[in-house]
Every structure is written in structure tokens, then in C-alpha cells.
Design a protein around this ligand. Structure first.
Ligand code: ADP
Ligand code: MG
Length: 313
């Protein structure tokens, strides 16, 4: 069993009468990428800022790598890298010096510092821009530099708060790739976003937050299963008039059949793995399949169903 390196119990944070975080429980496992998904105002930043020791909680217990957050914040801070929602870099000093500065705060010096600064620049794809000042950078490049500043000291845990908001697709892909590289190097990453496709692409596990609460948790597959276990197929065919509805309904798992002139639509239980049988019926009736599409339940559907709300409202 993979061990938990962060455990959060009954965490609460209020702003006046507003419950920003309303009693949440979760853990981060060693070496995993945990996606924290939720719309604006869900409480993601509040949660991550508390974990980052930037903000104090009102209630709850947090353990990071065996240390209690309230008692040992200083020790814990050494083992985490924090990429805040708002970029924090110095515009007037070179990219390299920015990283050097932040890494030196964690006690790195001399050749080790140099080596790790270089690795950080390479990781985010800014090595050839190392002498340039961030004021000349695009938003995406600044984001990447911000990440490099947070990870040069090789923290065991990396906390990233919406690192891809409002940047160009190239920088976005670069950042997602960097996160996978950091994981491959042994780091665990908590990553907040309101982009579903990002957590689907990189997260090992996903927590869905809404209005200060965790409303679902699981792998991408597990979360989709919560909504329904159905898959829809559409076949573009010749000779569909030779097909017989009843014959398709006999296949285990088939819930709906609709035969049109050139299209056949089927809804099936996903767990039944019956695509071979479906195709066998088509072949038996001399019905030629020209193309096929399938559509599974999406995380977007899951979210809508759980909250009645669109992620990007
Ligand atoms: P997210 O990061 O998911 O968008 P936040 O954690 O920033 O959510 O905010 C959660 C809730 O707490 C929101 O309703 C927000 O308006 C409120 N909030 C956040 N920070 C403050 C603050 N400093 N003062 C008052 N309310 C705040
Ligand atoms: Mg936020």
C-alpha cells in the first residue's frame, strides 16, 4: 500500500459568515498527482494556502510527512514547493537569478544550487531564456518560471494552484508535461484547476470540491462510473434494413436500439464488453460497417449531476 504523505482531517476555514472550507477530509499519497477540481469559489485556494502554511485554519488537523502542521510549519515548509495562484517573481532580474533566489531560501548553495537551477530551467523549457528578464516574458513563460522557482529545491510535495489559467496552449502543455516529469522523479503533486480535461489527462486521483465541501473523490474512471455505466455507439452502415431490432436487444447489456437508414445507434452497459457480439450481428445480416463512434460518460456529466452546476459558470 502506498502511504499517505498528507492527511487532512475536518478542515474548516471561515471568512466571517462565509464557510470557504466546510470540514473536508482527504489525503495525498506518496508519488501521486492529485487533482483538486472545482469551480471558482469552491475553496481550492483556501485549502491549498492552508496546506502551504500561508493561511491559518479555523479547525482541523493536518499532518504532512509525519509532522503536525500547526506545530512544525517550519520543517514542513522545507519539503514542499508552492506555486501560488498569483504569479510571484521579480520582473527586473533574470529568470536564472529568480530561481536561484527562491532555491537559496531553502538552503541550496554553490554547485548544488547551480545544478538544480539549471535542471529547473530545463524542466520548464526556459533554459535558453535564462538570462532574460521576466518583464519580457509572455504570461505562460512567467507561469513556467514561477513553477521553476517553486521546485528547484526538489521538494517531496508540490502544491500548484491553477497554474494554467489564462495562458497559451503551448505553455499549458509544457506545464502538464512538467508535472508528469516531477511525478516521475518521485514528487507528489496536488494540483488545482477548473479544467476537467487537465485532471483527466494527468491526475491519478481526483477530488471534486464545491462550496467548501468535497463532493466526490476517485480516479477518473471511478468518478465517471458514479454517474452511469453506459456507453453509446453510433455505426455508419450500408444495408441497415437487414438488421432486426430484436436480435440486437438479445445481446447482454443492450439497453436501446435505434436503426435508421444509414445509422444505427446503440446504448449499452459499459461493463458488458459486448462490442464483438454487436459486430457479429451486423456481419451475420450482411450489414457493412463503414465507421463507428463511441461516447462514454464524461467527468463533465459527473460534475453537472453532482452539483447541478457547470464548472465554468
Ligand atoms: P477557489 O480557489 O476554489 O476559487 P477560494 O478558496 O479562493 O476558492 O474561495 C472560497 C470562498 O471563500 C469564496 O466564496 C471566496 O469568495 C471566499 N474568500 C476567499 N478568500 C477570501 C478572503 N480573503 N476574504 C473573504 N472571503 C474570501
Ligand atoms: Mg483559487
Amino acid at each position: 500500500m502506498v502511504k499517505d504523505i498528507i492527511t487532512v482531517k475536518n478542515l474548516e476555514k471561515n471568512y466571517g459568515s462565509k464557510k470557504a472550507v466546510a470540514g473536508i477530509n482527504f489525503s495525498l499519497k506518496d508519488g501521486e498527482i492529485l487533482g483538486l477540481l472545482g469551480p471558482n469559489g469552491a475553496g481550492k485556494s483556501t485549502t491549498l494556502n492552508i496546506l502551504s502554511t500561508i493561511l491559518k485554519s479555523d479547525k482541523g488537523e493536518i499532518d504532512v510527512l509525519g509532522h503536525n502542521l500547526k506545530e512544525d510549519a517550519k520543517t514542513i515548509k522545507q519539503s514542499i514547493g508552492i506555486v501560488p495562484q498569483d504569479i510571484a517573481i521579480y520582473e527586473e532580474i533574470s529568470a536564472e537569478k529568480n530561481i536561484s533566489f527562491f532555491a537559496s531560501l531553502y538552503g541550496l548553495k554553490g554547485n548544488e544550487l547551480k545544478k538544480q537551477v539549471r535542471e529547473a530551467l530545463e524542466l520548464v523549457g526556459l533554459y535558453d531564456k535564462k538570462s532574460d528578464k521576466p518583464k519580457t516574458f509572455s504570461g505562460g513563460m512567467k507561469r513556467r518560471l514561477n513553477i521553476a522557482c517553486a521546485i528547484a529545491h526538489k521538494p517531496k510535495i508540490i502544491i500548484m494552484d491553477e497554474p494554467t489559467v489564462g495562458i497559451d496552449p503551448q505553455s499549458r502543455n509544457h506545464i502538464l508535461d512538467s508535472i508528469k516529469t516531477l511525478k516521475a522523479r518521485g514528487a507528489a503533486v496536488i494540483y488545482s484547476t477548473h479544467y476537467m480535461e487537465e485532471v483527466e489527462a494527468i491526475a491519478d486521483r481526483i477530488i471534486i470540491m464545491n462550496e467548501g465541501k468535497i463532493i466526490a473523490e476517485g480516479t477518473n474512471e471511478e468518478l465517471k462510473q458514479r454517474v452511469n455505466d453506459e456507453i453509446s455507439y453510433s455505426f455508419n452502415v450500408n444495408n441497415s434494413e437487414k438488421l432486426i431490432d430484436e436480435e440486437l436487444y438479445l445481446i447482454e447489456g443492450i439497453k436501446k436500439v435505434k436503426i435508421l437508414e444509414n445509422e444505427v445507434y446503440l446504448t449499452s452497459l459499459k461493463s458488458k464488453d459486448n462490442l464483438n457480439e454487436i459486430i457479429a450481428v451486423f456481419l451475420k445480416r450482411n450489414c457493412t460497417i463503414k465507421s463507428m463512434n463511441s461516447k462514454e460518460a464524461s467527468l463533465e456529466n459527473t460534475f453537472l449531476e453532482l452539483t447541478g452546476r457547470n464548472l465554468r459558470d
